[in-house]
Every structure is written in C-alpha cells, then in structure tokens.
Design a protein around this ligand. Structure first.
Ligand SMILES: Cc1cc2nc3c(=O)[nH]c(=O)nc-3n(C[C@H](O)[C@H](O)[C@H](O)COP(=O)(O)OP(=O)(O)OC[C@H]3O[C@@H](n4cnc5c(N)ncnc54)[C@H](O)[C@@H]3O)c2cc1C
Length: 396
C-alpha cells in the first residue's frame, strides 16, 4: 500500500490567532494611541499603571511558560501581538518587545531556577521591565571586544566597566549584562549576568538625544564594584556567547517585527490618505505614480511579514535559525525605511508635519536597522549561513 503524505503550507493565521490579533489591535488602538503621542512629547517611558494593564491582559508573557506566569503560547502568537503594539509606536511596543522577544528570553532559557521564579512572573504581570546591556564605547558591531568584567568571587559576581546605548537604562528594573568573564580571547571569554536596578555601584549617564525612539530612554551604564549573587549568573564563558546569540535569533525577529510595524502602519494610514486627499479635482490615488508607490509598499510589507512569520513559525516555541532570523531582520529593517519614507512623501507637506505622526515612523524605522546589529552585519550573517562557514571579521 502506498501512503502519500501531503505537506500543507497554509499562510493564513488560525482563527485563534486572528482573534488574538484583533484583541491586541483593539486594545492598542483604543488605549495607547493618545499615550503614544504624549510619550513622544515627554520622551518618558510607558507609565507603570499602563504597563500593569498590559500585563494583566497577558500581552507581556505571551510565549513565556505558564509555570512562570506566561500564557504558554508560541513565538508566532507573540510576534502577531507585537506588531499591533509596534504599529501604535515603537515606544508603547517596547516593553512587549523586551518581554516576548528580548532579554527576558535569556533569563527563561539560561537563568537559574531562583532567578526565573523571581523575575519572569513579575515581567508577565507588568511589574518589571528588563533591558539588555551589551554594547560598549569600543564594542558595537565587534561585540566580542567587551571590556566590562564580571568576576566570580566566592558566592558573588563582581562587575566593573562601562556600557553604552542601553535602551531602557535607568528606568528598567533589571539588566541582562554581557561581560568578559574569563581571559579566553573574544567570544570564548564572554558570559552574562542579571543586575537589579537598585544594586549599589550601578549608575547611569544622561539620557541620549536620539533621532527617534522617544519614550525609550537610552543611556550609558557604569558599574563600580557592582556585586550580585551567584544566582544571577546567566551564561558562563566558553559557550556562553554562543547561547546568547541563539536567544538573539528571537530578539532579531522581535526587532524585525517592530520595524515591520512602522512600515505596515504607515501603509495602513497612507492607504486612506490617498483616497481622501484630492488634487486636480480628484483623489490622488487616481494618479498612476501614486498607485505604483502603493503597490511597491504593499509587496515589501507582505514579503517582510512572510520572512518574519517563517522564522518564528519554524522555531515553534524554541529559538529561530540564524539564516531565517537575520534575513527577516535585514529585510524588515530595509523596507521599514523605504516604506515609511514613501508614505511621508505621499502625504506631501502633511507627511513632514509632526502633527500627523508619519515623520516619527520614519525616524523610528532608522533606529531598528542599527539596534540589535546593523543591516550590513545581518548580511554578513546571511552570507556566512549560506556559504556554510564563518568569515573572520578581525584584523588579526
Ligand atoms: C536605537 C538604538 C537602540 C539600541 N539599543 C541597545 C540596547 O538596548 N542595548 C545595547 O547593548 N545596545 C543597543 N544599541 C547599540 C547597537 O547594538 C549598536 O549601535 C550596533 O550594534 C552598532 O554598533 P556601533 O553603533 O558601535 O557601530 P559600529 O560597530 O561602529 O558600526 C559602524 C558602521 O560600520 C559597519 N560595520 C562595522 N563592522 C562591520 C563588519 N564586520 N561588516 C560590515 N559592516 C561593519 C556597521 O554596519 C555600521 O554601518 C542600540 C542602538 C540604537 C541606534
């Protein structure tokens, strides 16, 4: 007897996912739209009471295990929700990104049981936000050149050094800190520890004046003999950096989703705008040049979403593959810049006016293509995975 297996590829969301998306969209549109405008003006983060409400609705632990207070759903479910928050603004979506795709995942995958029990339920409830602190003044793309040291001394880990560009610095409740933990060269010497906000010796620089991402305060972090208990150890050298980069494959998909959200919301907005705005006595959508721009924007948005959904769907509840996650991030970062600037152009003078919110999407879109690894370094990852070997970036 011949048994034929049919492989069914279905690009539609399930009815449960469509419902999840609808609930997230309605909440984000109704409850966060005016808050996003206020945060843009004040450059302050999501207020604590709003964060709690987001947590109560389950949006901060979508793909976290139920034993730690999460919903136990898939990465794809988390990404679907994240896009809805990111469409309102990068700043209101930030805690959802950090919880479902960012540094909290490092704690979930590699933290000690005590740390997981202490931090993840609080994040899910909206009572804590966790940020990631990797970059340093001399270690950006070349991240393995870290100088900040974390030394295990008895039952403590002692941290000394300076960090840069930490989004959420100063107002986040905890930090996943990458540090040099042994004398082994480059990646082999890197580990990571969790540091609580109120730890003595931990201080922050002034808030950076960034081009976008207002409402996600960013600053330097200084560690002066900061002591944390051993239970805060996340990963140790030898294979620690490799593990961190594996969780970063999910962070890349979160970054890609936030970039996509800038593009998809720009397209949603401008689709209505071109049908309402009239010139020469007819809606501007009647001009073929406008139609061509819309078609280009739509194809980019849809292709980007497919790349992201493929990467997270294939990972199920685990961690995505580097080729798929880097392709998703790189493409989303590029199209977010293109689609938002096209939308701004289609709105003429109104696109250039802060009142209409489009210029914010343009500025924010540029940030996502630098944060979490630049567009070009994603291309190095992609080529490396495609050829099947690593290309040494070092001078010697
Ligand atoms: C909005 C924003 C938010 C951020 N949030 C955080 C955060 O929360 N935590 C954190 O730790 N960091 C954060 N960062 C820092 C971010 O990760 C770094 O800015 C990024 O990795 C690039 O490092 P760099 O700025 O030092 O640039 P550089 O590494 O100096 O790169 C400069 C240019 O050289 C290119 N380049 C460098 N090396 C290579 C190479 N080998 N191949 C090809 N091109 C190369 C880069 O692509 C880039 O165009 C954030 C940055 C931004 C802009």
């Amino acid at each position: 007897m011949c048994i034929i297996n049919f492989l069914i590829m279905d690009f539609k969301l399930t009815s449960d996912q469509q419902e999840l998306q609808k609930v997230a969209r309605e909440f984000a549109v109704n409850e966060l739209t005016s808050l996003a405008n206020e945060m843009e003006e004040s450059a302050s983060p999501v207020p604590k009471d709003v964060l709690k409400k987001i947590g109560e609705l389950g949006f901060l632990g979508v793909n976290a295990p139920t034993e730690y207070g999460g919903q136990g759903l898939s990465n794809l479910d988390a990404i679907i929700i994240l896009e809805e928050f990111g469409k309102i603004s990068s700043a209101v979506g930030w805690p959802v990104f950090e919880a479902n795709a960012g540094p909290v995942k490092v704690i979930e995958h590699f933290g000690t049981e005590a740390l997981k029990k202490r931090i993840i339920p609080e994040v899910c409830k909206g009572e804590k936000v966790v940020a990631v602190s990797m970059s340093e003044p001399g270690a950006g793309t070349g991240l393995t050149d870290l100088k900040t040291k974390a030394e295990i001394k008895g039952d403590k880990i002692v941290i000394n050094g300076n960090k840069r560009w930490c989004s959420g610095a100063g107002h986040s409740d905890g930090y996943v800190v990458y540090a040099k933990m042994s004398d082994a060269p480059a990646a082999k010497g890197i580990g990571a520890v969790f540091v609580d906000l109120d730890t003595p010796g931990l201080t922050f620089g002034n808030s950076e004046r960034l081009m976008g991402w207002r409402g996600i305060p960013s600053a330097d972090i200084y560690f002066d003999n900061v002591e944390v208990p051993l239970e805060n150890l996340l990963v140790e050298p030898e294979d620690g950096f490799k593990k961190l980069m594996e969780t970063f494959d999910l962070e890349r998909c979160g970054n890609a989703t936030m970039a996509l959200a800038q593009a998809s919301s720009a397209l949603d907005y401008v689709k209505e705008y071109v049908q309402e705005r009239e010139q020469f006595g007819k809606p501007i959508v009647d001009f073929q040049a406008v139609q061509i721009k819309l078609a280009d924007m739509l194809m980019k948005v849809e292709a980007s979403r497919l790349l992201i959904h493929r990467a997270v769907f294939n990972a199920a509840n685990g961690l995505p593959d580097i080729l798929e996650s880097s392709s998703a991030k790189c493409f989303a970062n590029e199209i977010a810049r293109e689609v938002t600037t096209s939308a701004m152009q289609l709105m003429g003078g109104y696109g250039f006016n802060k009142e209409y919110g489009m210029e914010r999407k343009v500025r924010d879109a540029f940030g996502w293509g630098i944060a979490g690894g630049t567009i070009d370094v994603q291309k190095v990852n992609i080529a490396s995975a495609m050829i099947g070997r690593r290309f040494n970036q070092r001078a010697k």
